[in-house]
Design a protein. Structure first.
Lengths: 185, 392
């Protein structure tokens, strides 16, 4: 990781756990000896509607608190979201996209794309709530790649945050996504 | 000691638990809700030995907390915005009764229209009530200052209630690492509860009746004022003591950032002080000698501390996140009045920004300051004393 701060925007649907993913990332960052900051989009959220969450990671204590307008990384939890919202909005040139997608996604030139079928991983591990696959922890495993995080730290952060058997199975999902994620340069 | 990523709201809840609060009374309102949810969970899980009083309104929430505190226990409440206004009558009553009590205000814009985002109109509306009022910059400060506020407010030189403010969402719902001190450390730091009188069954005491002697009544208001002045020393002592135990000193009523050789000063309070630090660094890189005065306590107002720094300044730029409509921002009014009263003639300007929750970046702050500094460097004064800043 460079000295610069890394800014990340999560796109999900209300109830998919985008905010939880951002929070777990702060746990992981701290375990990796970094500073982290996570926050939801500052508004009312509804289940199923497109939502955003944000995270910053830095070697230094983070002082800024304004909204993230030009992320280095966007994380997309739902493969259908790019049709509904412009997930590339403000993404820096050469930026990274980490997406839950069953097949090779199309984002055009100029981005590094990491894709993994997080929905399948969640379903295989029976991570389902109210009929939805819970993909937020699997996607963190994929995100570990562009961040250069040790997957062990992500697993540990997930276990700490969720606790018990829930923590164990979610950590498994992250590990699998970490191993299965594919990269398009 | 354990470091945990916490939201600002959870930091407040942990602080209330560590301070061994015995009674919590609150009514839920966005964005305060998760403080009370967390406290309810602590109590339910047996981690906190306290009584949660469920009430039908914020007015009753503070009335119940006040009643409990009058009965001799540490009591706590939290609210925001419209809820705080509904509580406002009790805010005066608690201060006038000299009952120590701690309240968290998660600052949120007042309606209409309905708006859940941060500005400081709700907390500044309590300005004249006699409570100590502070604003935190980050979640660690929320936790630290809440614990310290119990000690400060229960000091016999103070005996007044205190408010710890934190910005809606920017702190309340933002997760960042927070050092949670051990219970033993907080127990060593906080003495047993002290207060001027206790309501006890069988020991009658009359409070709040219509006075016969209005001079005595006026003296009560003067006493509140004097105790707030006396609180300045207590705030500094407690800051030092907490610093010895934890290594975290905040500097008392204000904290100065890169002030030593500064010619121009910006003054602000709350979470955006973090962005202001970034703005100062960026302006300094461009050769502008700017310093930042972070107001931690707005009541008592840090008159002496601010004047000491700006006495030879070329300009002072005060950022307010609320406005006294028809006059100016409340922080600016305090700064300008005390400069004037002390005979310090320095160009002073009020930038009103971030009001109604409008997002403000450090680049915005640097931009507004740069333009203001350029004007005062060229002409020696500000052509207008108020600027409504909407971003670049």
């Amino acid at each position: 990781m460079s000295d610069e701060m890394i800014e990340i925007r999560f796109h999900g649907r209300g109830g998919q756990g985008a905010v939880t993913a951002a929070n777990i990332l702060v746990y992981a960052a701290y375990k990796a000896g970094l500073w982290g900051q996570a926050f939801p989009f500052f508004g009312a959220e509804r289940r199923g509607a497109p939502v955003m969450a944000f995270a910053r990671i830095s070697k230094r204590r983070i002082r800024v608190r304004s909204m993230i307008r030009h992320p280095d990384i966007v994380v997309v939890l739902d493969p259908a979201l790019p049709k509904l919202v412009n997930v590339l909005d403000g993404l820096k040139q050469g930026g990274v996209i980490v997406i839950n997608s069953p097949s090779k996604p199309e984002f055009g030139e100029g981005y590094r794309v990491y894709y993994v079928n997080a929905s399948k991983i969640a379903l295989d591990l029976n991570l389902v709530l109210a009929g939805w696959p819970l993909v937020n922890t699997a996607i963190l495993g994929a995100l570990a790649r562009p961040l250069g995080f040790d997957i062990g730290i992500i697993e540990e952060a997930i276990k700490d945050y969720l606790g018990g058997s829930r923590g164990e199975v979610n950590a498994k999902a992250a590990r699998r996504a970490y191993e299965e994620v594919k990269i398009l340069e | 000691m354990v470091v945990k990523p916490l939201t600002g709201n959870y930091a407040a809840a942990y602080a209330a638990k560590l301070s061994r609060v015995k009674v919590v009374a609150a009514y839920p309102i966005t964005p305060q809700t998760t403080i009370v949810e967390k406290l309810a969970q602590f109590i339910e899980d047996g981690e906190m030995d306290a009584k949660m009083i469920r009430v039908e309104s914020e007015h009753s929430a503070l009335a119940a907390a006040y009643g409990a505190a009058s009965g001799g226990v540490r009591a706590y409440t939290a609210t925001s915005s419209q809820g705080l206004l509904y509580m406002h009558e009790m805010v005066w009553w608690v201060a006038g009764s000299r009952i120590p009590l701690v309240m968290t205000i998660v600052t949120r814009t007042l309606g209409p229209p309905w708006n859940i985002w941060t500005d400081h109109s709700d907390i500044m509306d309590q300005r004249d009530s006699g409570w100590l009022i502070m604003m935190a910059e980050h979640n660690q400060e929320v936790l630290d200052e809440t614990i310290k506020m119990f000690k400060i407010t229960e000091d016999p030189r103070v005996f007044l209630p205190g408010i710890v403010g934190l910005d809606a969402f920017i702190l309340s719902h933002t997760t960042e690492p927070v050092d949670i001190p051990d219970q033993e450390l907080v127990d060593t730091f906080l003495p047993p509860r002290r207060q001027p009188y206790v309501f006890k069954p069988g020991d009658s005491l009359l409070m709040g009746n219509v006075p016969r002697n209005l001079k005595e009544n006026m003296r009560m208001r003067e006493d509140i004022h004097n105790s707030l002045e006396a609180a300045k020393k207590v705030i500094e002592e407690v800051d030092e003591e907490w610093g010895k135990l934890t290594g975290r000193r905040y500097g008392g009523l204000i904290e100065c950032y890169r002030c030593e050789d500064a010619s121009h000063f910006i003054v602000g309070m709350g979470a955006w002080v973090g962005d202001m630090r970034e703005a100062v660094d960026s302006l300094r890189t461009n050769g502008i000698k700017v310093g930042l005065i972070k107001v931690r306590y707005v009541r008592p107002f840090p008159r002496e501390d601010i004047l000491k720094w700006v006495v030879n300044a070329k300009s002072v730029i005060v950022f307010d996140r609320s406005v006294s409509a028809g006059s100016a921002g409340p922080l600016f009014l305090d700064v300008a009045a005390h400069l004037m009263a002390a005979g310090i003639r320095v160009p002073v300007k009020n930038i009103l920004a971030g009001i109604t929750g409008l997002d403000v970046t450090y680049e915005d702050i640097a931009d507004a300051v740069l333009k203001s500094v350029a004007e005062v460097e060229e002409t020696g004064k500000f052509s207008r004393f108020i600027e409504w800043y909407y971003g670049r």
